[in-house]
Design a protein around this ligand. Structure first.
Ligand code: T1G
Length: 678
């Protein structure tokens, strides 16, 4: 096996190069090669300075995550980085792509750091349920200060090379195509001078002068950190960098890192890292399946969904033709889109120039003929099969041969919709989640006749527009909504049996969901789809609507809301529910939170098992990807299927049996065999 590390001489400068595709992960061979190369540079009297750079798409993008959980193999990354920093000959990091995690820590151990303007640097370990484990939490604050280090270490979001230069993480931005040459010249210019070692920096003293910054950061970031262990450990590590000598701080970092690495949250989040990437792969399609060009997209319907869907493509620089039936609806829809963009600009997420550029790519129209050149048309019209079939029949007539026709339906059969066309091979579902321009999840629904190239094109397009996609087969509700219906069914039954509706919401909140079903109903509006006849009351929701309890927008729904939209359980609602239950013959009883949690979540796992068994989902981890990105399942439990495997499928089966709930043959079989879903 040739080493992924090679060295090249440029006069008195040794250039150390890593070639370890796809992302130059710092696996054992890379670490060993780096150690050997540094030793070679130190031992060679003709070498007075060194540069470390990478071939391929990026500078080191971190430790090799596939090594985690396996017996460690030396040299360790901290050992290699300490050798780099201990060098008396200057070592320069030449950065392109994304210097992330251990890659950023390696750059910190170098004496100088140069990058191309498009590079990004970051410490995303918290997104894996970890913290940097190779000195990054101790070196970064000493270079840029504890205050500037906190967001990088605790939130894990990368920053641009420009911002990195501004905070002192970089020494120089090079030209786009002169990184290596400039790094060599820079290294040569530092030869013979004392080397600046980051571990000896003093910028971290800002954390001593103003110790309040740590708790202040925890308070301001409370929402982003809810339920997660790693961010709190990250704050503790940065605080240690301010308050302890480097060697002790590194020990503290190592202690925190090992605690997280062996915890359940990191295992779950590492599972999710690979699950998200696995979901992009279609098991029965060759990886080199040809893709169809998508140069122009048509969207039918300028309502909330249609407008949100259109924005995804406009933001990715893809022209959109937006079709409505009435001019007033078209004008309203495009105005909402512009307002949404302007709100993002106000929050600093985009510039007004970008807003105008996106809106300039939009062509509103009332005429189907304008869709003739679209490569893809997505309909987001009323959820009714007859309406959708009419739309697809019309699209089949007006669009060019080979255009892909997609439905945004959230549960209707793609196969039946496809029968309205002469091109079933080019029909599939693209199920966006509301708000479509914000929610990451895209369920790509594969019809029985959907062609491989059409499916592969849709999966690639999902990444282009910044979505996380998972393939679903055709069934009512696909993957997400089919499992959601089981949870909703139990939630409605539980309150009829006497469970407090706020306990149902609180159980899901405490589990880590952003909110529970009754809060969700109040947020969305209980009157959506209401027949508006207060005399006709057959459900709890109709009873609440009849009482004017439409939800947050009315100041009251399941809950009463104050001016800050804080919710309080309502005696009126409790009475309405009790009355309903009495009429339905239910005897009310106390229902504990454990029973509520088991009855809300276990039936979802059972439905997920059926979805797997019926091959609606390609793999269990795809179901996790759907629920984490589409419904807020807490990522630190890995998603419903990983969570079920963690607590044990036999526990799920026993719980379902205990509550008299259905257990699928597949789930029972997996549990009996002591298996997990993986
Ligand atoms: N280790 C192993 N494999 C990795 C990897 C990594 N760090 N990063 C990516 N891959 C694989 C990935 O699974 C996929 O494989 C392929 O590379 C392309 O990835 C000690 C402990 C760099 C921005 O968290 O953010 O350092 O599916 O599809 O869209 O303190 O990959 O092709 O078989 O994502 O161009 C910290 C994780 C690690 C960065 C590129 N670093 N990676 O995105 O490609 S922990 C990270 C990314 C650490 C230290 C700690 C992205 C990317 P396959 P991709 P991309």
């Amino acid at each position: 096996m040739t080493s992924p590390i090679r060295t090249e001489r440029d006069g008195n400068v040794l250039v150390i190069v890593s070639d370890n595709p796809p992302v130059n992960a710092l696996g054992q061979a890379v670490r060993a090669g780096l150690a050997d190369a540094i030793a070679k540079g130190l031992a060679d009297p003709d070498i007075e300075a060194m540069v470390i750079r990478c071939d391929g798409q990026t500078f080191f993008a971190g430790a090799d995550i596939t090594e985690f959980g396996k017996p460690p193999q030396g040299p360790s990354l901290p050992q290699v980085l300490d050798r780099i920093e201990a060098s008396d000959k200057p070592v320069v990091a030449a950065i392109h792509g994304t210097a992330l995690g251990g890659g950023c820590e390696l750059a910190l151990a170098c004496h100088y750091r140069l990058a191309v303007p498009k590079a990004k640097l970051g410490l995303p370990e918290v997104k894996l349920g970890l913290i940097p484990g190779a000195g990054g939490t101790q070196r970064l604050p000493r270079l840029v200060g504890a205050k500037a280090a906190l967001p990088l270490v605790v939130l894990g979001n990368p920053i641009s090379a420009r911002d990195a230069l501004d905070i002192g993480l970089l020494d120089l931005l090079t030209g786009d195509s002169s990184l290596e040459a400039e790094a060599i010249a820079f290294a040569r210019s530092k030869a013979g001078q004392p080397v600046p070692r980051t571990s000896q920096g003093t910028a971290n003293q800002d954390g001593v002068r103003d110790p309040a910054i740590f708790d202040e950061f925890r308070v301001t970031q409370g929402r982003a950190m809810r339920g997660l262990d790693a961010p709190n450990a990250a704050i503790a590590a940065v605080r240690a960098a301010a308050e302890l000598p480097f060697a002790e701080g590194v020990k503290k970092e190592r202690e925190l890192f090992v605690g997280l690495m062996t915890g359940t949250q990191s295992k779950a989040m590492r599972h999710y890292f690979f699950a998200e990437r696995a979901a992009q792969k279609i098991a029965d399609l060759p990886a080199d399946t040809p893709l169809l060009p998508i140069r122009a997209v048509g969207v039918i319907g300028a309502g909330t969904m249609g407008g949100g869907i259109a924005m995804n493509f406009l933001s990715a620089g893809i022209p959109v033709i937006l079709l409505e039936m009435q001019q007033e609806a078209l004008d309203r829809g495009t105005a909402v889109m512009r307002r949404n963009y302007e709100a993002s600009a106000k929050r600093g997420r985009m510039t007004m120039a970008q807003v105008d550029a996106a809106m300039d790519l939009l062509t509103p129209t009332l005429d189907y003929a304008d869709l003739a050149d679209c490569d893809l048309v997505i309909e987001a019209v009323y959820e009714n099969m007859d309406v959708k079939k009419q739309v697809f029949a019309r699209l089949d007539e007006v669009t060019k041969p080979g255009a892909i026709l997609a439905s945004n339906t959230s549960y209707l059969s793609i196969d039946e919709i496809a029968t309205a066309t002469q091109r079933p091979g080019h029909v599939l579902g693209l199920h966006f989640f509301s708000p479509a321009n914000v929610m990451k999840l895209l369920e790509v629904v594969r019809g029985a006749q959907t062609r491989g190239d059409v499916l592969a094109t849709a999966m690639k397009l999902a990444r282009t527009i910044g979505k996380v996609a998972a393939v679903s087969g055709v069934c009512a509700g696909f993957i997400g909504n089919r499992m959601l219906s089981k949870r909703q069914e139990q939630a409605n039954k539980l309150i009829m049996e006497g469970a407090s509706y706020w306990d149902v919401d609180d159980v899901l909140l405490e589990f880590g969901f952003p909110m529970g079903p009754f809060q969700m109903g109040d947020l969305a509006g209980l009157d959506i789809g209401w027949h508006r006849d207060p005399a006709k009351v057959t459900t709890v929701r109709e009873a609440l609507c009849a009482a004017g309890r439409f939800g947050q927008k009315a100041g009251k729904g399941f809950y009463d809301y104050d001016s800050a939209r804080q919710r309080t359980p309502s005696d009126e609602v409790r009475a309405i529910i009790a009355d309903f239950a009495a009429k339905a013959g239910h005897t009310q009883r106390e229902v504990g939170k454990d029973e509520i949690r088991e009855r809300l979540l276990y039936p979802m796992v059972n439905e997920g098992a059926k979805i797997l068994d019926e091959k609606i989902a390609q793999r269990a981890s795809d179901i996790d990807v759907v629920w984490i990105n589409g419904y807020g399942w807490p990522i630190y439990t890995g998603g419903p299927m990983f969570w079920a495997s963690t607590i044990g499928l036999e526990t799920i089966v026993a719980g379902l049996d205990r509550h008299g709930l259905p257990v699928s043959d597949y789930l029972r079989k997996c549990a009996a065999e002591g298996r997990t879903f993986d």
